[in-house]
Write a protein that binds this ligand. Structure first.
Ligand code: SAH
Length: 332
């Protein structure tokens, strides 16, 4: 595991502390095959995006975001997405399939190698967020197995609070996530304070409405040591009024919470505009005055379409999605 994940070696024969016989046997029965990098772009702000081609021809995107004192890798969990959130570019791509465990962990492998495979004390990727393409909780088993490699000391050895899963709110999977991972950090895409608006922005809300979602978050953080990060995309004239902020304060009463305001990132054909900075600041100040830790997420990687909600990749076959929806098995 160390050879593969920490040293980034992709050839069993190079694993020189294994016996020759074992190396030869491994090379016979297994292969180390990372996703193929088809595009590697860097934004002037240091954000880097890889377009990765999978064995079946689909492509996904992975983004590295360097910041003062840390480096965050944003990882995808599905090819496309079924959720159809109105303000997200990934939704426009349709859905093809879940990523396999190796395709999820392979994103770390590729990024880690591109960033120099530094030893742990000097690691460049200090945090992982499952916030790329797809809904990670709808690919539960593979995501959990990939997360266990992120946490495993023989692999990436990240602490639980440095691995964050972002979900649109698949309520039943939240309890299972805590059990299966020991409670990695949780982010929830809330985006609205009423079910009426949230039904429109995040259609999954029709299945798991706000009250149930917040109850699940409370259970997730019941140990009293952690807080849920609520993501809230700032859409001009839609959800950014002061009364929305005040309603959010009331909603989060009794829920261990932090809030991340995300200025909307536009994409071609998007039916929304970003809230003006003044509206974002006013919204933030209302939350702060109520004692809720709130930060406005910096927009990073915009010139290379790497910002939140802009990941598109390439989804090859969309027929499965329409079949799923026809059969009524679509998640939303
Ligand atoms: N399906 C998961 C993981 C995607 S995370 C989830 O919904 O949480 C991507 C984050 O970016 C989510 O909070 C999502 O709501 C947000 N997002 C999507 N499109 C966006 C856009 N155009 N501008 C800003 N944020 C966006």
């Amino acid at each position: 595991m160390k050879w593969i994940y920490q040293f980034g070696v992709d050839d069993f024969l190079a694993m020189t502390n294994l016996s020759k016989g074992l190396r030869a046997r491994l090379a016979e029965v297994a292969e180390i095959r990372p996703p193929e990098v088809v595009l590697d772009r860097e934004d002037p702000d240091g954000t880097r995006k890889w377009l990765l081609r999978l064995a079946d021809g689909n492509a996904i995107e992975t983004v590295f975001i360097p910041e003062e004192g840390r480096g965050t890798l944003c990882v995808s969990s599905q090819v496309g997405c079924t959720l159809n959130c109105d303000f997200c570019a990934t939704a426009r791509q349709g859905y093809n399939r879940n990523l396999t465990v190796d395709e999820i962990i392979g994103q770390l492998w590729v990024a880690n190698r591109a960033l120099g495979n530094r030893p742990r004390e000097a690691r460049v990727i200090t945090n992982v967020v499952l916030m790329g393409m797809g809904e990670p909780l709808l690919n539960f088993d593979n995501v959990v197995r990939a997360v266990s490699l992120m946490l495993d000391d023989h692999a990436y050895g990240l602490s639980r609070r440095r691995v964050t899963l972002s979900t649109a709110g698949v309520v039943p999977a939240l309890d299972r996530l805590r059990e299966a991972t020991g409670g990695i950090a949780l982010a929830v895409s809330l985006h609205a304070v009423t079910d009426e608006l949230r039904d429109r922005l995040v259609p999954l809300n029709k299945k798991y409405p706000i009250a149930e979602l917040l109850e699940a978050c409370r259970r997730y953080t019941a140990d009293g040591r952690s807080r849920t990060t609520f993501e809230y995309v700032m859409l001009d004239g839609v959800n950014d009024r002061p009364e929305d902020a005040r309603a959010l304060v009331r909603l989060l009463q009794g829920v261990p919470a932090k809030v991340n305001l995300i200025p909307f990132n536009p994409f071609p054909g998007a039916p929304y505009r970003r809230s003006p900075q003044a509206a974002i600041d006013r919204f933030r100040d209302i939350l702060l005055r109520a004692g809720i830790t709130t930060i406005t997420r910096k927009t990073r990687g915009q010139e290379i379409d790497a910002a939140c909600g802009q990941l598109a990749g390439r989804v090859r076959d969309r027929t499965r999605r329409s079949r799923r929806l026809q059969q009524g098995r679509g998640a939303a």
